[in-house]
Design a protein around this ligand. Structure first.
Ligand SMILES: [Zn+2]
Length: 338
């Protein structure tokens, strides 16, 4: 850790131009020339599963729900008496999702529920033709602005909650407020004791960089709290390698709160003004960069030591996510995160 911190600090001060941004080997100047970095080994629960010959993993959830996992994406569908309800339609599963549905049922797809607007989750929705599409009203607004023919507009929208009954199955849709994205919803399927929410809890893994450009980091924490209260057995998170459990939701929640609180303590302890003498007077960006480097230097080793044996990728994005939280503490300044 020391070599990395020292070099980043030197770069920030402009004293090591050409040292190689992004080259973060820990072994000193000789190793700095190599373009690779050694990352911590993945914990067992974060590792990929073997993919069968079909090219995707098909998991059964409850009696009539299924998840398809491949190419780093994960989506799910429920076979009802009236037809198939898809939850998202990722372009990376354009071939795999229809193949998986055909393995399970001959019924047609009648509905797609959009978890949120992001292309990696719904930009194959057009391929399912004229079905009922359900989404949060903020997702509809984002899609109207995006004008992407691959992501057709929802035909049914809601604001806070919506119960959907299809062919004997009940879908409880709810919105915990802006989080990973405005309009990113929770889909609870009580009959299958399952819930879906994308890009908030990634079972076995620490969060993606900046929670995927989160619209609200405090909202990501609030969404964790709502998920932790659900009475479910199975959780679908939208990425990485496997399905989740309530224990995965608790681990992701504990990690994210730990990151938030440890960052908040560092922000309270480290004075911004201490770095003023190291930047040109009036260069506010340089001053904040020096300050955020110091905050990240303080928080990252603590978090890595506490979590890298438990969750995947803790050593990859924690530094960036500390800075994301430090900015959120300054700008969002939430009073409800304890
Ligand atoms: Zn997303």
């Amino acid at each position: 850790m020391t070599g990395r911190i020292t070099r980043r600090g030197a770069l920030a001060l402009g004293a090591a131009a050409g040292a190689g941004l992004g080259v973060t080997s820990l072994a000193g100047p000789a190793a700095a020339a190599t373009p690779t970095k050694t990352f911590a080994p993945l914990p067992l629960d974060a590792k990929p599963r073997p993919v069968p010959a079909e090219g995707y993993i098909l998991d059964r959830i409850g009696t009539s729900m299924h998840a398809v996992t491949a190419n780093g994406n994960q989506t799910s569908f429920v076979v009802t008496r009236a037809g198939v309800v898809l939850i998202d339609a990722p372009p990376s599963l354009a071939a795999q999702l229809p193949a998986a549905i055909r393995r399970v049922t001959t019924k047609p797809v009648t509905h797609i529920i959009y978890t949120h607007s992001h292309a990696d989750h719904i930009a194959n929705a057009f391929a399912f033709g004229d079905v009922i599409r359900v989404a949060h009203e903020d997702t509809a607004a984002i899609l109207r602005a995006s004008r992407d023919p691959n992501r057709p507009l929802p035909t049914v929208t809601f604001r806070d909650t919506r119960t959907l009954h299809v062919g004997g199955e009940r879908f409880e849709l709810s919105y915990p407020g802006p989080n990973h994205e405005a309009g990113n919803i929770i889909i609870h399927v009580p009959g299958q004791r399952a819930a879906v929410m994308c890009d908030v809890v990634l079972p076995g893994w620490s969060p993606f960089k900046a929670w995927g450009t989160a619209d609200s980091v405090p909202g990501v924490l609030r969404a964790h709290d709502v998920l932790a209260r659900l009475d479910i057995d199975t959780f679908v998170g939208g990425h990485v390698h496997r399905l989740g459990t309530p224990a995965d939701i608790r681990a992701s929640r504990d990690f994210t709160y730990d990151l938030w609180h440890t960052t908040a303590r560092a922000v309270a302890r480290i004075p911004l003004a201490a770095y003023a003498s190291q930047a040109e007077p009036g260069n506010q960006w340089a001053l904040f960069q020096l300050y955020y480097d110091a905050v990240a230097d303080a928080v990252e080793p603590e978090i890595i030591s506490r979590w890298s044996a438990t969750l995947g990728g803790v050593d990859v994005f924690t530094r960036d996510n500390v800075v994301t939280i430090a900015v959120s503490l300054l700008l969002d300044a939430p009073r409800d995160i304890h």
